[in-house]
Design a protein around this ligand. Structure first.
Ligand code: UGA
Length: 459
């Protein structure tokens, strides 16, 4: 099928690469020249495990262009995967989605049928708005165009994006037209029926079942996306709330999570207590959902509480440092992990950024490490690695970072942080304090290596 994808961010590029791997004829549109330059050379502008290899296999078949007019007229299906950044009041800004829809309607041919699919995460009612935008352009052009609009929310997780794209739990389609549903069913047929040869890096999981394609109305599809993210966000916040109480009553939250997760109705996933959620999705989407509710005069106390608990986790880490070190003025704190989760260089809404800002505000000296996210964190925080009158220093060597520090804070559970030489670290620190924000180590293990250990939700 001939497809145009507008936007080459995490969602757009992953989708382009996967659909091209599945032998669709893909064109990808982006206005960002620096991204296009990389893509024209077969280089991925995003860090995502496996994407570079897969891109190298298909990039010569994908047409990358800044111009919708070059690719949309001949396409059967157009996917909008542009950003919906938060506005000042938390609502999602859909101007790029509407602009993309406008540009599509301006160049599509009057005598052809197109399916226009919104993959971006958008407030409820946006698909309807896109229909209006398209109709306005048609009336300006004085034509009777033929575009079916559909919602097809994306559920990929950063760091696991390709796995999720090849082997999704479900595909959700919200559409008012049978034609759009049929087109999307044909698009996803290789995934729905698992008829493709898996790429060597992404073998089909042995217990994987064919995914259902759920069809519904556009508003419900848009709501499914927000409700799914908000539910996952509140599941994490719930276990973090329990973790705080575990600390008060001398229980171990990892044991509690194991015990409640054994109940099939609850399940084990997303019950890892720690520093809570960051990234470009849960913070933005919970805020946007509250924004949608506010417009209707409706309140959502559960979603609000999930946010309060989440952001409190960051403050609690600083309080734990103060609890052991007293004042933080002049103290040197090592931060392990800047990305909002492992296997990504994404630092958007990352807990580490808030913690570092707070430590600097308290007068501490901060040394920070991350396997790949230092450049992005430096941009976000404005530190450098040369001047020492600047109290924020980035380093690529964990052991150099820990030398003479007053405490280490493990913020992101990157794989290399699971194998730290704890004894060596403890020996070279001024005071061997480990604040384990992700419960990577057990208190016993860290204690045996000489650390004063403080995790989340266990004493
Ligand atoms: C999330 C959803 O998982 C995806 O389904 C969705 O498509 C995506 O948002 C989106 O809307 O684009 P993502 O933000 O990439 O994906 O990452 P997650 O793996 O969900 O993790 C989010 C945050 O929750 C991370 O900061 C992670 O450290 C934290 N987390 C996760 C916990 O603190 N505890 C857990 O048990 C699980």
């Amino acid at each position: 099928m001939k497809i145009a994808i507008i936007g080459t961010g995490y969602v757009g590029l992953t989708t382009a690469v996967v659909l091209s791997y599945l032998n669709h004829d893909v064109a990808a549109v982006d206005k960002d020249e620096s991204k296009l330059t990389l893509l024209h050379e077969g280089k991925s502008p995003i860090h995502e495990p496996g994407i570079q290899n897969l891109l190298e296999g298909v990039w010569h078949t994908i047409r990358f262009t800044p111009n919708v007019a070059e690719v949309v007229p001949e396409s059967e299906l157009i996917l909008i995967a542009v950003g919906t950044p938060p506005k000042k009041n938390g609502e999602a800004d859909t101007q790029h989605v509407e602009q993309a829809a406008r540009e599509v309607a301006q160049v599509c041919l009057p005598n052809r049928h197109y399916t226009l699919v919104v993959k971006s995460t958008v407030p409820i009612g946006t698909n309807q708005r896109v229909v209006e935008v398209v109709e306005d352009v048609f009336s300006e052009r004085g034509i009777r165009g033929n575009i079916s609009v559909a919602s097809n929310p994306e559920f990929l997780q950063e760091g696991l994006a390709l796995q999720g794209a090849f082997y999704p739990d479900r595909i959700v389609v919200g559409a008012n037209s049978d034609e759009a549903v049929d087109t999307l069913r044909r698009l996803y047929q290789p995934i729905l029926e698992q008829t493709f040869d898996p790429p060597s890096e992404f073998p089909r999981p042995s217990a994987y079942h064919l995914p259902p394609m759920m069809t519904t109305d556009p508003n419900s599809a848009e709501m499914i996306k927000y409700a799914a993210n908000s539910f996952l966000a509140l599941k994490i916040s719930f276990i973090n709330e329990i973790a705080g109480l575990c600390e008060e009553v001398d229980a171990d939250v990892t044991e509690v999570a194991r015990g409640i997760g054994l109940d099939a109705r609850i399940g084990h996933q997303f019950l890892r207590a720690g520093l809570g959620w960051g990234g470009s999705c849960y913070p933005k989407d919970t805020a946007a959902l509250l924004g949608v509710a506010a417009q209707s005069g409706y309140t959502m106390p559960i979603t609000e509480a999930a946010r309060t608990v989440n952001f409190r986790q960051r403050a609690r880490i600083v309080e734990k440092l103060q609890g052991t070190l007293g004042t933080l003025k002049g103290k040197t704190i090592g931060i392990l992990g800047l990305a909002f989760k492992p296997n990504t260089d994404d630092v958007r809404e990352a807990p580490a950024l808030d913690i570092i800002r707070e430590l600097l505000a308290e007068g501490a000296i901060v040394r920070a490490h991350d396997p790949i996210a230092i450049a992005n964190a430096r941009r976000a925080l404005g530190g450098n690695d040369e001047t020492d009158n600047n109290r924020l220093l980035f380093t690529e060597d964990i052991y150099e970072l820990s030398y003479d520090t007053d405490a280490l804070v493990l913020v992101t559970e990157w794989e290399p942080y699971h194998k730290l030489e704890l004894r060596r670290l403890a020996k070279q620190m001024k005071t061997p304090i480990l604040i384990d924000g992700r419960n990577v180590y057990s208190p016993e293990e860290a204690g045996a290596a000489g650390f004063h250990y403080i995790g989340v939700g266990r004493t």
